[in-house]
Ligand binder design. Structure first.
Ligand SMILES: NC(=O)c1ccc[n+]([C@@H]2O[C@H](COP(=O)([O-])OP(=O)(O)OC[C@H]3O[C@@H](n4cnc5c(N)ncnc54)[C@H](O)[C@@H]3O)[C@@H](O)[C@H]2O)c1
Length: 268
């Protein structure tokens, strides 16, 4: 076992992120959590920025228990001071930032523009779009120091929105375009920015939506067309894609929009 895999507490695992520091928003649950855990397994020190304290601290305890390094910072990504504090915490604890994954997000199903109240619009756009802007704003000066990678999480709904999902779809369209803008602005600084658009992934977000509709996982799995993959994804399947884009294996990937949806866009 080499030094880096020894640090992660695992043998035989390729430590692509040894010596790197990764900030993951939304790292207490779902796609963010799976990504934070994968980074840690592959040698990164991980800073989880999330609103949910207990779940976030559990993720940190789990990573530390496997010999990794992690810190939880409670933040509301839609608040300027919190975003700034997250970047500062990463630098104070681990000495810089090499990777940023903006995965914090919320949904608001069953809302048209008419039925969406102004505060609901501001909340969804505030977390999903403004949060991506704010966390990036304070992390990028640190990413510039050593060069690095950013992945923003949009959604297939940026291309083909679901009915009655106005604020969420709008926020994810914004994240996609913002990612391309960031890619152009920072490529000369050695920062690669890319955007990941998941289809249906089974996470806390999905569970909440199903609960609102009185449905279970089996109900959504049923509606998938077996000609394509015909199922929802597990969070780790997205984490592997995100980790690839943040790794040196993706050294020529800049400004890309990557759909991971089991063929769902083709189906629509
Ligand atoms: N699950 C899916 O099917 C799916 C599909 C496409 C895109 N996405 C996107 O992937 C990302 C991750 O979603 P997920 O499915 O893992 O959801 P999740 O609910 O499992 O995780 C989201 C995390 O974000 C955190 N969060 C919410 N508001 C926050 C705030 N204001 N500040 C800080 N943290 C906050 C939550 O506490 C939670 O830990 C989101 O941007 C979501 O829109 C998810």
């Amino acid at each position: 076992m080499d030094e880096t895999t020894a640090q992660s507490g695992l043998s035989g695992v390729r430590a692509r992120f040894a010596g790197r520091v990764a900030v993951v928003t939304g790292g207490a649950s779902g796609i963010g959590r799976a990504t934070a855990e994968l980074f840690a397994v592959e040698g990164a020190a991980v800073v989880i920025g999330d609103w949910t304290v207990e779940a976030g601290e559990r993720v940190v305890t789990g990573i530390e228990g496997r010999g990794g390094r992690a810190r939880f910072v409670r933040v509301d990504v839609s608040k300027r001071a919190d975003a700034e504090r997250l970047a500062q915490a990463a630098c104070e604890t681990f000495g810089g930032i090499d990777i940023l994954v903006n995965a914090a997000g919320i949904g608001l199903p069953n809302h048209t523009v008419e039925s969406t109240e102004e505060d609901e619009w501001d909340h969804v756009l505030g977390v999903n779009l403004k949060g991506t802007y704010l966390v990036s704003k304070y992390a990028i000066p640190h990413l510039r120091v050593r060069g690095g990678a950013v992945v923003n999480i949009s959604s297939v709904q940026a291309f083909t929105p679901l009915k009655h999902n106005a604020p969420y779809a709008a926020s994810k369209g914004g994240v996609l375009t913002l990612s391309r803008e960031m890619a152009i602005d920072y490529v000369a600084d050695g920062i690669r920015v890319n955007c990941v658009c998941p289809g249906a992934v089974y996470t806390g977000l999905t569970e909440k939506r199903l609960a609102l509709e009185g449905k279970t996982r089996a109900d959504i799995e049923e509606r998938f067309d077996p000609r394509w993959l015909g199922r929802t994804a597990e969070a780790v399947e997205l984490a592997r894609a995100i980790a690839f884009l943040c790794s040196d294996d993706a050294s020529f990937a800049v400004g890309g929009t990557y759909v991971f949806d089991g063929g769902g866009l083709l189906r629509r």
